[in-house]
Design a protein around this ligand. Sequence first.
Ligand code: LLP
Length: 421
Amino acid sequence: MDHFLYRDGQLMAEDVPLSDIAAAVGTPVYVYSAATLLRHFRLFDEALAGMPHLVCYAMKSLSNVAVLKLLGDAGAGMDVVSAGEYLRAKAAGVPGDRIVFSGVGKTRQEMRLALEGGIRQFNVESEPEMVALSEVAVCLGTVAPITVRVNPDVDAKTHAKIATGKSENKFGIPISRAREVYAMAASLPGLKVIGIDVHIGSQLTELAPFEAAYLKVAELTVQLRADGHEITRLDLGGGLGIPYVRDNTAPPLPSEYGELIRRTVGHLGCEIEIEPGRLISGNAGILLTQVIYVKSGEDREFLILDGAMNDLIRPAMYEAHHDIVPVAEPAPGHDRVSYDIVGPICESGDTFAKGRMMPKLADGDLVAFRSAGAYGAVMSSEYNSRLLVPEVLVQGDHFAVIRPRPTFDEMISRDTIPSWL
Ligand code: LLP
């Protein structure tokens, strides 16, 4: 459930008409609902009730500092994958002992930054990374708490570009080699092994792949303990999918996912961490755009929007489906038209949907892309020298711009012309 519903013929973000936001901020613009973000975080938190746990929001999905503050104040931890994300979490007031550092290629500078600023744990992904982290920690006179990310060789049954748990993927160390890698970790002076990490992919719509992975982690926990390691924490990753197509079968609920965790690893007495991103932020955001032109092609109608692939790249990059709805509620029994929905960018890849049945629209109409909160604004760019898309946060009947649209001057003045030109 989200908080983008029609009321009095208008699509609302909570209690704010989206047309008010378009009038005040212009389009394209991302709009987030605070109530939806909090609701989704709490669903995960409640799903793990009774087990010691921390829900570490995967901030790569939506990393605006205002959103991080909202979730951090509600008790969320953060899963970060870069120095920039670490500093954003800190800027939002999240304490280091609630920040987990993931990622396959952490640099020594990033390790140092997190060790100095405070960190809950590093999820390390390779032997050379272990050596580097141990050296950095020793140099700073400290010890880095770590889990090792294992690759369980499980098919997540998701889009190939976002599957991470098969042996052919770059992530983690093969679970078959886990015992020797843990032995090596234990021998390094700057590391303290505290647990195991796994993450098999994103937008998973079934529980079975999670179950296969978590059962392997449970078995490994027993083996590693027998080898003398203290395994007190399991980081089970993120990845639970959301419904992008409204009429499709719904992915499992956080409560069902929580039950699965309890059943597969609950008996081990470990503290549980999860790293959900998309399920917290995805349906908490929309991309609000305006129709520039309705253009008739030879055999089709094009809906040309002011939003483009640089603002929302998921359809171009993953063939992703986003529901696209008019802001003015269509009248009952309205005519429907098939549109190719495109942006103004100069390549045919700038296509959001082909042959999409929509109510008849005209120049100037507002349309909203649903489920755009996750991997939307964070993946935007200035391609075609379009201004970076702004962001708005709604709470109840008020809203605030949480990232303004830059000016053309700001964009252009970042470039510098060398003196010899
Ligand atoms: N933990 C780790 C280690 C991850 O790599 C990811 C996502 C997550 C947690 C969060 O997964 P989520 O709960 O959001 O599924 N740009 C793509 C998605 C890339 C996901 C990358 N890793 C998209 O737009 O579909």
